[in-house]
Design a protein around this ligand. Structure first.
Ligand code: TA6
Length: 322
């Protein structure tokens, strides 16, 4: 895999030998592009997204920490901006690591051609980029709003047919702090009217479009036919996939580690029109946010404690099998 920096050091790009690619803005450690081997973009990024560090990126995978939304009744985080400060801070690039896995075909090929020199097994390469943010990196204003010593390590792993992003939060302070974590993923779809989301059957959810009432998802797939803003807490294990199906084919299969909640959001026409950085105006028909997080309540990290939460988004045939 190749990992290159942009000239202005604002972003890092990784490309696998098989063509898949990833682009991460150091501002917010925001993944702004993820392309499959055919060069098709899998994430939605607004045409008006700010990529110059003046505002959180409208699209890709913004990081939400230490608070999801705003929490006026939660003393520790009540002074923070919506979704906290991770997505609007400058992260450092900590390095890359690559790994190869013998693809099954390669192994079979090697076994079957014992007489001749086995062809080099086609190795499925992957690359992991690590990013860091700590209280030491924060500007004074932000640190004053949330005065705790912490460090975050964000790992983004590009595989041939999946993307994994994991966040490790460590309490470096001598007192406990509460936090929430969420990966605010904007998935790209062809047409939202052909999309349904499975894997949420029976889940309880908070409907933020209907007075934040708690409801239970009936069985069957979730359709998006208007503004949708729901915090699901599926009863099934986080490893059970939430699948974005489009035109009868599984487009994305999202599995989680230690992130018990899934937010499903689509602003629809009016809310999209009200966001200056949301373009084109009908772009809401080309996206759906499926956001893995731990946001239904706060978790308390004791001094020295660490929490790791991760998501894996599988695409194409792997997703169908999931
Ligand atoms: O994830 C859903 C949500 O909390 C919505 O309520 C909406 O506010 C969205 O996030 C976008 O928030 P932002 O601060 O990025 O405009």
């Amino acid at each position: 895999p190749q990992v290159t920096f942009s000239d202005d050091n604002s972003r890092v790009t990784a490309v696998l030998p098989t063509g898949e690619s990833l682009e991460v803005l150091l501002y917010g450690a925001t993944v702004i592009s993820w392309k499959d081997g055919a060069g098709d973009e899998k994430l939605w990024l607004s045409d008006a997204a700010k990529l110059d560090g003046t505002k959180a990126v409208r699209g890709g995978i913004p990081l939400v920490f230490p608070v999801f939304g705003t929490a006026p009744d939660h003393a520790q985080t009540s002074k923070l901006p919506q979704h906290g400060f991770a997505r609007t801070s400058r992260w450092e690039f900590l390095g890359k690591s690559t790994s190869e896995s013998e693809s099954a075909g390669g192994a079979k090929a090697a076994a079957s051609s014992s007489s001749s020199k086995a062809t080099a097994a086609a190795a499925d390469q992957s690359v992991k980029l690590d990013f860091g943010l700590s209280s030491a990196n924060l500007d004074d204003k932000t640190r004053a709003l949330w005065p705790f010593a912490f460090s975050l390590i964000y790992g983004v792993t590009l595989n041939r047919d999946s993307l994994t992003t994991s966040l490790v939060v460590t309490n470096d302070d001598d007192k406990p702090f509460d936090c929430q974590v969420l990966l605010h993923t904007y998935l790209r779809v062809e047409d939202i009217s052909n999309v349904s989301i499975t894997g949420l059957d029976g889940a309880s959810y908070v409907d933020k479009v209907d007075g934040a009432k708690t409801k239970t998802q009936s069985s069957g797939a979730v359709q998006i036919t208007g503004e949708t803003d729901r915090v699901y807490t599926p009863a099934a294990a986080p490893s059970a996939p939430v699948v974005v199906v489009e035109g009868g084919r599984a487009g994305f299969s999202v599995t989680r580690d230690s992130l018990g909640d899934v937010v499903v959001w689509n602003p629809w026409a009016d809310k999209a029109a009200a966001m200056a950085d949301f373009a084109p105006a009908d772009g809401f028909r080309r996206m759906v946010c499926v956001e893995a997080g731990s946001v239904a309540d706060f978790q308390t990290l004791e001094p020295g404690d660490a929490f790791e939460g991760a998501q894996t988004i599988a695409i194409g045939s792997r997703a169908a099998a999931a």
